[in-house]
Design a protein around this ligand. Sequence first.
Ligand SMILES: Cc1ncc(C[n+]2csc(CCOP(=O)(O)OP(=O)(O)O)c2C)c(N)n1
Length: 656
Amino acid sequence: MLSNSKYKELLYYLKLPRYIEERMLLLLRQGKISKWFSGIGQEAISVGTTYALEKDDYILPMHRNLGVFTTRNVNLDRLFCQLFGKQDGFTNGRDRTFHFGSKDDRIIGMISHLAAMLPVANGLALSFKMRKEKRIAVSFTGDGSTSEGDFHEALNIAAVWNLPVIFIIENNGYGLSTPVSEQYNCKNLVDKAVGYGMEGIQIDGNNVLDVFNTIKAVKKKILNGSGPVLIETMTFRIRGHEEASGIKYVPKELIEQWKKKDPILQFENYLLKNKIIKKNYIKTLESEFKNKIIPMIDKTLDAPEPSSTIDKELNNVYKKNTFKQISIQNKKVTSKRFIDAIRDCLFDKMDSDPKVLIMGQDIAEYGGVFKITEGFVDKFGHERVRNTPIIESGIIGTAMGLSIEGFKPIVEMQFADFVSVGFNQIVNNLAKTFYRWNQPINVTLRLPTGGGIGAGPFHSQSNESWFFHVPGLKLVYPSNPVDAKGLLLSSIDDENPVLFFEHKALYRSVKTDVSDSNYHIPIGKGKIINKGTSMTLITYGMGVVWAQNFIKKNSQYNTLIEIIDLRTLLPWDREMTFESIKRTNKVLILSEDNITGSIGAEISASISEFIFEYLDAPILRLGAIDTPVPFSPNIEKEIYMPVNRLDKAVKKLLEY
Ligand SMILES: Cc1ncc(C[n+]2csc(CCOP(=O)(O)OP(=O)(O)O)c2C)c(N)n1
């Protein structure tokens, strides 16, 4: 039961977003704003939920949840600036409307991609659970978005890990225009809960007290360890998907029927009937809004538009790192394989930094398919060495949530190939969050990559170039144990998302002396691993081994070929590369990856754009042929891989 003053306060919060929205709709008609996604008629869900939570519970709202922001008392000046795309909004004009987060307000806003934030809620919830904090995360979704993979992945993870999270479905009858009858085939969306082994509750989403009381009770249960809960709130979208799209496809009688169930009307009647308020209280509230909100909105319309410079924008893509670099100490070295170097780095880091945890498929008792984390679970326990369900996207999203709460999660892809199933989380969530609202995402993805092991088209791919095009990501690709150890530590400590490629065929085939203690090797710095006078061979990963073997076998080239191991692909070491080419005047770019659209293509374009006058020959590129990776070891080795064509390419270039 709420006190009378709380009832009155709740009415204030319920009416506030309606008032703001009505003003927005007017401005839309006047052409002063371009788009609006209306939550009119659905306010009870946002407001009742937020009012029931504590300030330090996280909320992950969607596009119809203005009431979350207003009930959390987000700074309205800043919120209006954000909604109008002004300079002083939460994203400084870098993203639109509700696409922002504010850690101070414990709100992590949406991206356009539906359902993408549901796994992020899991990560936040997991952080509370690991730190034994009495907090929960609440994530919103529409009925349409429940068809997205991330919805199912998020629910499954939350249930398997017993996370303190509530998933709220706002079932408003329609997706963009698609009615629920064409969206799902179960009777109620809440029926899906049982399939994941969690409790499901269906409530009237237009009754703010039902929403409030349910959330309060469910939160209490969750804090007592009940696990996640799915709540389906039944409501209706009174207006169009967005204002321009109209509502012709919605039967009129449905709208009329639901208008009668308007949440504000219902709550006002309840309060009047129970003599908690008098009619003039409603009028007082409305004139308070009028006096307060309209001047604020009008003022914001004239607020400064975003302005920037190319440098400023580019400098806002990555968080500048502040961690202290540990330099390499070679006092005590041990001969180590590539795989041992990675394992040692992970083990030491886990031991020294409680913020680090590893998540992946079969990584606990089984030690991962490559046995890198064998024994880790005995030392660090299941909390920090987490076997995951076979879920890539959901786990990457979970890692993002953990990182927002200060953890440094590492996600092991079982094979780099399977990262395709987590693509959206990487390129849209991990990569863009810092640029959009300045929240660093310190997630490291480890990707066992590459071919040469007869594993066929789905366990052999070189997929680094899929991500090379994405601002906000860093791509690291070592070729030897020393670099692997130092670059992995840098990747884990880097406050930006890093994709760390580990060539599977290098794991057990190369061995060198490696310092016993952990050290950083800076990301973004390549290395000249052979000095030469007559051509620069730019390569990375397995290509480095091919190049080294080539000059070993053909010693006449030893002094002619300068070999650059890029080590980091994004950002690649342009300065070192250009300096070398200015000395040698010829370039061969070698990769295991197939040629078209590869990283070599970008490097080649940059060379011809910026230092063309230093070239004495056309830039040559050598890579795999443009086919999927073939299964037959013969075809893979003899036809697909470029290594057998290296000799010819070198001769052609030197003789040019
Ligand atoms: C992954 C993805 N696919 C398609 C869209 C385009 N889209 C935006 S909103 C929307 C409908 C969403 O319906 P629902 O989840 O029920 O939420 P509602 O808008 O009804 O609140 C669609 C299809 C999108 N934003 N993201």
